[in-house]
Structure formats: C-alpha cells, structure tokens
Design a protein around this ligand. Structure first.
Ligand SMILES: [Zn+2]
Length: 225
C-alpha cells in the first residue's frame, strides 16, 4: 500500500488539533506536531534539541533546517513507514520546499495538504468568546456556545471567569494577519502542485471530520491505482 503523507493547514481556532487526533486514529498514522516534538527533543536533550534550545534561549526562531532535520528523523521511524500527519509545519513556502527536498531524499513525497478553511470573523467569534476560570484554567466556557449559568462566574467553583490576553480580538486579528501573510503563498504552492484539498471548517466538528476522512480515504484509493 502506498504511504499517506499528509500535512494539515488552517488558521488558529479551526479545530486542527481535534481533527488531527481523529484522522490519525482513522488511518493509523502518527501525528507529528512540530511544536510538541521540539519541546520533547529539548526536554530529552538530544543533539537536535540542544541546537534548537540555543536558538530559543537567544530569543530567535529555530531555523528551518533544524526543524526539517527533526521531521526527517521522525519520519524515518518505523511507525511512520505507512505515512504521517504533519501539523504545525510547514508554515511558509521556504519550509515547504525544504520539506519536499528532504522527502525526496527519502524517496517519498507528500500525498496531500489538507486545508481547513474558516473565515476570519468566525475564528474571532470562536476564540474571542472563550472565558477561563481564574482558579482552574481547565474550566473553560464560551459566551455563545457554552455559556456559564451566571455571566462571568464559573459553574464548578463560583470563581470569576476572565478572557485571556491571547483570546482578545486584537490579538487574534494580529495572529490571523501573520497566518495569512505566511500561509497564502503556501496554499498557492500546494494548489499549483495539485496537492491542496480544501475542507469547509465552518461546519460542525463531526461534519468536518467526516469530510476529512472521506477526502483521505479517496486519496488512499487513488494512490493504490
Ligand atoms: Zn472554575
């Protein structure tokens, strides 16, 4: 069976994490989150981790080559022989090209880039509506989708609910600007390569999942032909 090498793209608030968890379960692929992997390598003190940490300590971005090196190493592990779902990388066209090159050396190539599309206003609606308990940050509400019984009061312990700085509209809009500036060229890149698959992220998580699963199942069939 051909390997299924996927990347997952989409704005903050698109529910990529949840979707990734379900997809990897559906298709038995490892979920490769570059953020998690970077933290793990740093914690374990591997050679790559030490290199990454020296940049992070200096307040610099970890260079693409370090991250690509980490991904290549990860993709070479036995559980990724049939494919992988890459999340959080690439973030721009340069990184995409570096990934392509690295995969070519492994005699592999991307199967598809799955893009979960959510309009900016919907992202803001989802994220800016979040309220978090001051006492226990795992008590999370949403003013519209999951409101507490009493405004700004935690149902579970009566503590005050606040909006985190990360969830403020201006912060979200700034993140979206960065996302668009970096990702639009990437989307064009994968579109031109015939690898882009668009998923309507405005639907419910279950519907988004069904659409993604069907899309990936079709890709797998096409790969077998
Ligand atoms: Zn609480």
């Amino acid at each position: 069976m051909a390997d299924l090498n996927l990347i997952l793209l989409g704005p903050p608030g698109a529910g990529k994490g949840t979707q990734a968890e379900q997809l990897v379960e559906d298709f038995g692929l490892p979920h490769i989150s570059t953020g998690d992997m970077l933290r793990a390598q740093v914690a374990e003190g591997t050679e790559l981790g030490r290199r990454a940490k020296s940049y992070m300590d200096a307040g610099e971005l970890v260079p693409d080559e370090v991250i690509v090196g980490m991904i290549v190493e990860r993709i070479g592990l036995p559980d990724a022989a049939d494919g992988f779902l890459l999340d959080g990388f690439p973030r721009n066209q340069q990184q995409a090209e570096a990934l392509d090159e690295a995969l070519k050396l492994l005699d592999r190539q991307l199967t598809a880039a799955l893009l979960v599309e959510v309009p900016d206003d919907e992202v803001v609606r989802r994220l800016a509506g979040r309220r978090v308990c001051v006492k226990n940050p795992s008590h999370i509400y949403h003013v519209e989708f999951d409101p507490p019984k009493h405004e700004d009061v935690c149902d579970q312990d009566g503590s005050r609910l606040i909006q985190r700085d990360d969830d403020r509209e201006e912060t979200i809009r700034r993140r979206l600007e960065v996302y668009h500036a970096q990702t639009e060229p990437l989307i064009g890149f994968y579109d031109r390569a015939g690898l882009l698959r668009r998923i309507d992220g405005r639907r419910s998580p279950d519907e988004v999942h069904a659409h993604m699963r069907a899309t990936v199942a079709t890709l797998r069939l096409e790969e077998q032909l």
